[in-house]
Design a protein around this ligand. Structure first.
Ligand code: FMN
Length: 352
């Protein structure tokens, strides 16, 4: 598969990206970065990093009685197994959403399953919830929680692949029992395009009993539902109304899209990558649209986490102004590197 145009990424990370990361399989690059991110979790490294930028106190967000040092956090999928949580927080993310975690450990889809569209600063993935399973992730979260400076941690749960959609409720509840006590907030993910039948759970007649069961199990831990950008406006509003009925704390909008609209016209290359969800700038417009739609329907204190195509402090500010309580990103991290979250904090500081 031919590479597309190299991204114009400045600085040392840009050099590293062009000369190394962009030449190797994206999932391998992710694994190469993991020990470096873990190193950032060491207390001394954390102290040094903390000196490079301090979030302005006005950036601190209090959402659902949780204090976030900044409104910008890392979206689900990067720290699937809670192996880098502290390092990611030290790199400047105001919260880290761990997962998606499933009740049973699973390998995910066959590789290759992650692709770069560099000229669009976008990714296509069909990872399929590769993760170590709820029990193992819980052990790691317990360790993080025992340490100093515990970051704000969301835990995102999904359906185990071997479990039938008809039995999804029990599977999600099993994960909830294990993980909710270790989470500042819990997310029911029904929007990833890479687990067969999963997005069908966004239909209200299936979603309502599922969310009710998880809600009853997670008690005082705030519960979110994560939705796809591909839901219709009507569907998004039905989900919003359902969340309000049940007492769900918030919605995370949005996941990746199955649409190939908005990508540079290199159809053959995109087709060769196959199925999967697109992330990065091509999702931004729909992500903001869904945010505005939901905020118009659900006034605060209902919480909205906006995610999809966020790359800069200006983008974060735009989402906050459109009614988001918190903002997340993933793909921007891949293209901008380890200084990304701190750069965003600096940009937000400047605008305070
Ligand atoms: C490689 C990859 C893996 C992802 N895995 C998950 C996941 O396990 N669970 C989930 O809810 N979202 C997952 N996402 C979606 C992101 O959390 C986010 O919703 C989406 O990428 C849009 O944000 P972005 O444009 O900033 O990347 C994944 C995204 C990528 C790129």
């Amino acid at each position: 598969m031919t590479q597309d145009a190299p991204a114009k990424i400045p600085g040392f990370y840009g050099f590293l990206f062009r000369s190394l990361f962009s030449r190797i399989d994206p999932e391998r690059a992710h694994h190469l970065a993991m020990p470096v991110i873990r190193l950032a979790g060491w207390p001394l490294v954390g102290l040094i990093l903390a000196r490079t930028v301090r979030p302005h106190t006005d950036l601190a967000a209090r959402v659902l009685d949780i204090s976030f040092p900044t409104p910008f956090g890392l979206a689900a999928g990067f720290d699937k197994n809670a192996t880098m949580t502290r390092g990611l927080a030290n790199l400047g993310f105001g919260h880290v959403e761990v997962g998606t975690v499933t009740a049973l450990p699973q390998a995910g889809n066959p590789r290759p399953r992650l692709f770069r569209l560099i000229s669009d600063r976008s990714l296509i993935n069909r990872m399929g919830f590769n993760n170590d399973g709820a029990a193992t992730v819980a052990k790691r979260l317990r360790r993080v929680r025992r340490g100093p400076n515990v970051p704000v941690i969301g835990v995102n749960i999904g359906k185990s692949r071997v479990v039938d959609v008809a039995d999804a409720v029990g599977d999600y509840v099993a994960s909830t029992k294990i993980l909710a006590p270790l989470a500042d907030y819990l997310v029911v993910n029904v929007s990833s395009p890479n687990t067969p039948g999963l997005r069908g759970l966004q239909e209200i007649d299936l979603l309502e009993p599922l969310v009710r069961a998880v809600f009853d199990e997670c008690r005082s831990v705030p519960l979110f539902v994560k939705i796809a950008p591909d839901v219709t406006n009507d569907q998004a509003l039905r989900i919003a109304d359902m969340c309000e009925r049940i007492g769900v704390a918030g919605i995370v909008a949005t996941n990746t899209t199955v649409s190939r609209a908005g990508l540079s016209p290199n159809t053959a290359r995109v087709e060769a990558m196959g199925d999967g969800g697109v992330s990065g700038p091509p999702v931004a417009r729909r992500s903001i649209e869904v945010l505005r739609l939901l905020r118009a329907r659900l006034p605060k204190p209902f919480a909205l986490i906006s995610v999809g195509g966020v790359e800069t402090a200006t983008h974060v500010r735009e989402r906050l102004d459109a009614g988001a309580d918190l903002v997340q990103g993933y793909t921007g991290f891949v293209y901008a590197g380890p200084g990304w979250a701190r750069r965003i904090t600096r940009g937000l500081n400047d605008a305070v």
